[in-house]
Design a protein around this ligand. Sequence first.
Ligand SMILES: [Zn+2]
Length: 308
Amino acid sequence: MKLITCTLLALALFAPLAQAKLNVVATTPDFAAIAREIGGDKIELTTLAKPTEDPHFVDAKPSFIVKLNRADVLIEGGAELEIGWLPALLDQSRNEKLAAGGSAHVLCSQGIQLLEVPATLDRSKGDIHAAGNPHYMVDPANAKIVAQHITDALCEQDAKSCETYRANLKKFNGVLDAKLVGWQKILEPFRGREIVAYHNSWLYFGSRFGLKIDLFLEPKPGIPPTPAHLAEVITKMKTGKVHVIIVDPYLNRKTAETVASHTDAIVVDVTQFPGGVKGTEGGYIPMMDYLVNSIAKALGTPASGPAR
Ligand SMILES: [Zn+2]
């Protein structure tokens, strides 16, 4: 009896503590990584997409509905990144707290200068970037905007820890600012160089670091490569002396390797999500470290072989 009483007492004492943490759900691991920086151990964090999953086509498991139903805060990228899988889950989760426009629903794209926004919305050709390019997180300046949105939302939902969230934001921004100077220095010698990407998700990285990333293995975002299109890419790579191809983990590396074999190019594994490639597990800043260093290394490798 005594034991039962003790157990009940312990439950009564610890239950409020267990519930004290904000339940935060992030759609993709990049937003989750920023939420972790700001929320630290004061939040319970769930990430829906895996770091090796295509953010446009996430496998929407029924368990996500339960997670969304219990969420205090939802963080999504917006700009139609999650349009193919999130809206239906949100509907089914019946969590009024997460209503669009509410402070518990963080739309990270707000305030971000989106690139490639078309003059008219047109999905007829299968273009999945119909609202502009949604892969803005690989520009550290945009990560800072997102960090601010997340801080504001956490403060709104959990005022008692706001001071901690603001201190974490300040620390994150400080480290990021210092790192950015170093990253720009590493990539400076390669200013103006061209890189081929599989999918058009590296525009913001290119514009931040002075690289041209506008040649893609996909003929259009979301449309798989065709032999005719790849032949065109190969010709352009030879003409432009382009010898680096970057590939995200969820895309077909073999296609990139085939193109590389015709152009004497190097294939570099990249990711926009911490944990997507070995060495990026530590968070947003380690991931950016990896990206800058691996791309600089490939660009710095002298091209050789018959294609030159
Ligand atoms: Zn995309």
